[in-house]
Design a protein around this ligand. Structure first.
Ligand code: ADP
Length: 377
């Protein structure tokens, strides 16, 4: 008991979030990790230990290249996304806190009937912050974050995908506590029995199911290769814009299914503030009108509007300068001038003409129905 308690005094395990702080009976506001802002980083030394764990003395086996590739492509060392960078989605944040963050900080409590969910699915229209949430979870937990998307799997690991999944989970168990995030999970594990389904993708899917079953029951290696005792938790997070295409066996293993909806009016107002915090905006901008006009826009759509509006003043000026020809000195002046230009209401209206909403009404109804059938509250 005593040694467990001492574990919590380790900097990487100290609570950063008030909810965790309260749950652990500590004051809020304790930093998580002085080194790198709350994130456990895989170092060269860690990697050698993993190679040693897999191959023993020789340190280079048949899959050594694959391991190196996973480390290069899939481990994100420091996503640095805080809960506060994400507008709204308070319910999702609360659920994730309970499903992922707390079990890592209070492993003794989350046992037996309270065991953590095997996996968590974030579903909803594209561009609503699912990836951001996964990154925030990794930041808040200080876990190593593996980020795998269906498109990376398809483009880079063709043929090796099944092996990749196995090694990935083995690495995740070794580096625990870890979060594995599968983006576009429907592309990795779509519905079974589709006649167009290839043998290879069927094998990838089976491997994923086997590994997910192993996560909760197989203890992490305790061969003394890692001296610090971190809780051996591997959290599986997945995101999809097409939950109805998910393989049913996988859906069952993703026990907690959280709906990430389009932002509300309040959310969109907050998004404008988040995106425009570093640029000058004219006082006469009518936020109410912009919030109304962006009804049905996703977070990513609102981001495009802001980006486009922020470039508008520069565009006309550069056009004029181009007509007249310009010297480097003139360009420098132009840059200074453009940087000081506040974004005007008309710029937003112009941007709105170019950036349309990306999610249709029909899809929204499909999400609502899927939430009713399979979602978690
Ligand atoms: P997806 O749901 O498709 O995974 P992402 O999390 O990748 O979407 O979001 C794409 C971009 O949209 C983000 O980089 C961010 O700029 C913006 N965004 C979407 N939703 C939010 C949100 N709730 N808060 C802040 N930014 C958001």
């Amino acid at each position: 008991k005593e040694s467990k308690r001492r574990d919590y005094a380790k900097p990487w395990l100290q609570p950063a979030h008030p909810v965790i702080a309260a749950a652990m009976g500590r004051g809020a506001g304790v930093g998580m990790d002085g080194r790198d802002g709350a994130h456990h980083v895989v170092t060269e030394a860690d990697r050698s230990k993993f190679m040693y764990h897999v191959y023993g003395e020789r340190m280079d086996g048949p899959d050594a290249d694959l391991i190196t590739m996973i480390e290069r492509d899939c481990i994100e060392n420091n996503p640095k996304v805080q809960w506060s960078d994400i507008a709204e989605l308070d319910e999702a944040k609360r659920l994730l806190e309970e499903a992922v963050v707390l079990p890592i900080h209070m492993p003794d409590f989350f046992q037996g009937i309270r065991r953590p969910w095997r996996g968590v699915l974030l579903f909803g229209p594209p561009g609503t912050g699912k990836t951001l949430l996964a990154k925030a979870v990794a930041t808040e937990c200080g876990t190593t974050f593996f980020n795998i998307s269906a498109s990376t799997l398809a483009s880079k690991y063709r043929g090796d995908s099944e092996k990749l999944i196995r090694i990935l989970f083995e690495m995740a168990r070794f580096y625990a506590p870890t979060t594995i995030f599968f983006d576009e999970i429907d592309g990795i594990a779509g519905k079974r029995g589709d006649p167009s389904e290839h043998e290879a993708s069927r094998r990838v899917k089976s491997e994923l199911l086997i590994q997910m079953d192993g996560v909760s029951s197989t203890p992490a290696p305790s061969d003394g290769s890692r001296s610090d005792e971190k809780p051996k938790i591997v959290m599986v997070l997945a995101a999809t814009n097409r939950p109805w295409d998910l393989d049913e066996a996988l859906r069952r293993r993703l026990e907690k299914r959280i709906y990430i909806p389009l932002p509300s009016a309040t959310g969109r107002e907050l998004l404008f503030k988040i995106y425009l915090k570093d640029v000058k905006v004219d006082d006469a901008v009518k936020w109410d009108e912009l919030v109304k006009l962006t009804n049905g826009y996703s977070g990513a759509d609102v981001a495009s509007v802001c980006r486009d509006a922020a470039l508008m003043g520069m565009r006309t000026r550069v056009q004029a300068a181009r007509r007249e020809g310009y010297t480097p000195e003139q360009m420098r002046q132009l840059q200074a001038e453009c940087t000081n230009l506040p974004i005007r209401h008309e710029d937003f209206l112009e941007a709105l003409k170019r950036c349309h909403k990306s999610v249709g009404e029909e899809d929204m109804q499909k999400f609502a129905q899927w939430m009713k059938d399979y979602g978690s509250k």
